[in-house]
Design a protein around this ligand. Sequence first.
Ligand code: AMP
Ligand code: MN
Ligand code: ZN
Length: 890
Amino acid sequence: MDSSKRKDSSNTVFADPNSENNDEGKEDLCPGFKDADAFVKYGLGAVLSATKASASLPQTGDEYDFYRSFPGFQEFCERQGDKLLQGMSQIMQHHGCRSHMRDRNKLTGLEERFDLVVDSNDVILERVGILLDEADGVNRSQQPVLPAGFQAPKIVVSSWNRKGSGSGSRSETFRLLHAKNIVRPQLKFREKVDNSNTPFVPKIFIKPNAVKPLPSYFTNKQIRRERPEDLDVPAALADFIHQQRTQEHVEDMFSHPYQYELDHFTLTESLLSKPQPLMYKPLDETKCSFIETLEDLVALNEKLCKLSEFAVDLEHHSYRSFLGLTCLMQISTRDEDFIIDTIELRGELYILNEAFTDPAIVKIFHGADSDMEWLQRDLGLYVVNLFDTHQASRALNLARHSLDHLLKHYCTVESDKRYQLADWRIRPLPEEMVQYARSDTHFLPYIYDCVREQLLDFNHGQPGLLQCVWNKSKDISLKKYMKPIFTEESYLELQRKQKRSFNTQQLTAFRLLFAWRDKLARQEDESTGFVLPTHMMNKISEEMPKEPQGIIACCNPVPPLVRQQVNELHLLVQQAREMPLLKAEIAAQKKKGLTPIKKADVTLFGPHDTSRVSESDLHNCSTDEMPIKQGMLFAEDEPKMDVDEENTSGLVAKAKITQFEEPETQNDPESLPVGQMKARRIIESFENPFRMYLPSNNVHISKNAKFDPSSKIFEISKRWKLQSIEQQQKELDAKKKAKEEKKELSKKVADERKKAKQSYQESLQNVPTVREQAAESVKPGTKRERVASDVGESTPKPSKKLLKSAEKPEKTEPPPPEPFKPFDYRKSDLKVFAGNKPTDNTQFDPNRQSNDFRKKKKPKGQKSNSGGGKSMSYMAGKSDRGFKHNWPKR
Ligand code: AMP
Ligand code: MN
Ligand code: ZN
């Protein structure tokens, strides 16, 4: 490209938003293509077909080896391989990266080549990032790292984010989806987000449509509001008091508030009979209202309560918040669309529970799994009588189950998923995003009709299949939100999922970084992916840089919090470096040509652990025979192992075969076939897992050291002793507790039943409805005061419709009022503060979310999905952005 041309094209890309005519020169940007879009499409097509082609190549192992025995195939592979390497080298050269991919003399093998590719990818992606930022109007070099949330949102319009190419008028433009400097909505929240490492407790404090009343824990505002930090005592004591006070409510705290109602929900005749599909109104003939005031919300609730069905969807943001934020709720009735600002009305949306939990009103969602959690977490909303069109699509065995597909199939509407991953925190919401959001629910009532009709037709008029969809939908509405809880093992779950092999030091680094990231993310209310993306965490753990600068070099681009706390991170990495390595790990490092990481002061180990060797031991046993070469990864020469092969063959396997190996070497009679080579390597890396329990014979530990309190070994063995005592104590306590729990439970159940009946009767007497309460709160100037929360143990009058389908509780006397009793500290077992475990171990356990939480120790990303195929996982790169969800395809 000559310079004049380049100037031209850059003009096109960063066109002045005011210039009317910026479509000129588009041909120059991508010669041979109509526009950038066409070019991108072509590119993606090429990538796709290349991926397909490579997937159909003979698999490594026997298949490949067999093909490889044909000279024609061999030659073809050589040629293609060379061509590929040449192409890669060219791209890398173009970007100014080290590029001797083909130069076999300069590289030792696959690993180095792989590193080269990774480095080059980093450079290229960084460049893409910078260019995107520039287009975004952000000049990185001039951007100071500002505290989050202190800049006004910046809106930049340029040629490529201008919608449509023909008109070019300003009204056609839309704002960038990726909004960098948005004011953090969390700052506005009246009730602060609770990122503490404690289980989620439902927000609900008033329960419309209740058959079983809300447990007193939720209605007793005094227990509820009492936060441990509000008590004027030391933090540990405050926590303890809080735990003691909430102990008796544990079961209530973690159960689904509408479990009873959902368990007793029965489908009416009309829901199982064949509907007459009611066509949707065209979008442009449908009224669409934006709801951002309490008055409007109350009016909407009134309207919804009169309907027999309406559709709901949510939009969510997860990158700049620890738990995630519900940003928008869309509701469509047969006649109207509503877009609700769930950021503005976050504290008020609970009033919709009146319609959402009314069993006589169908709530239509598409792929409601995440929505159920978000509703509970942010808005305190629950759904009784859910119909999930995604489940219907599955039951009907449609080709795909995305909303996209349903829209095409039933409404011949082509949807545009451009905004699915938009930053939904943007306010005011651009018109295009409003339109997108509303089309997510607008067609759902009609689709609901169509699928019900088909489900019945499919089954020759029998309701079985349709019933099945209702049941599946009910299961989804029974889902409970679980807060991500940090435990000592959390890092292992992530590490296991990644299938990366780390040595002891690397794994320690990973564990420490993981804990640092989790703590900071909670504290700053950012996603863990924002604090430190997993791939960067892997890289730091793998490389364990010696200098803080090395940590920065592992991150590209450097996350602001990493930059800010680089010294702390450096200390963590140093700490990891002090871990003793396993013998096999040292051997593996040597194989790679790396110096085992130096660890000066730990030369003694736990009395039972002989698997760990110090560096001095290593010198004794093998350094003489095995010279360690420094920094050979990027050495210009092939490393020469002038070592006696016989002595070291058990330890060092010289990489004889690589994917890029020359055929001549492979034919070398002395070298092993690939399969055997692999097997040998695997066997070499094995370590007897019980080795640590075997008697030591190669590590000498002086007796004095064992009993000298100043020695490291004394400290370690003491710690182990303490730990094992603690463990035994824990087990004992757990057993005791289980016994006690059983006894209490049967007693409790009987009491509970009695209480429920009583308080239901009470609730029937003259309690204001949610509507009345909401209306009440609108009247005076204090518009946003939560009036309803003051209605102690109240349950709104259940609707008449409901009573038909639900069991009628017996009439009993009203229960005596239960005044709040201050906690009697004398009852507490204060020994816990002296390091002893309390005898009665009903201590608060942060792992406990509910009874089934312990069973369900699955990481979030693996949550059960009522079937395969439905979901699309994040792409690797996106996976860090907040928590993993399995996203229903659109
Ligand atoms: P939807 O139900 O399709 O409107 O999606 C609701 C929210 O889920 C969106 O606002 C996104 O935050 C999130 N989401 C949907 N699909 C994906 C995806 N493929 N990857 C990440 N987030 C997604
Ligand atoms: Mn959705
Ligand atoms: Zn949506």
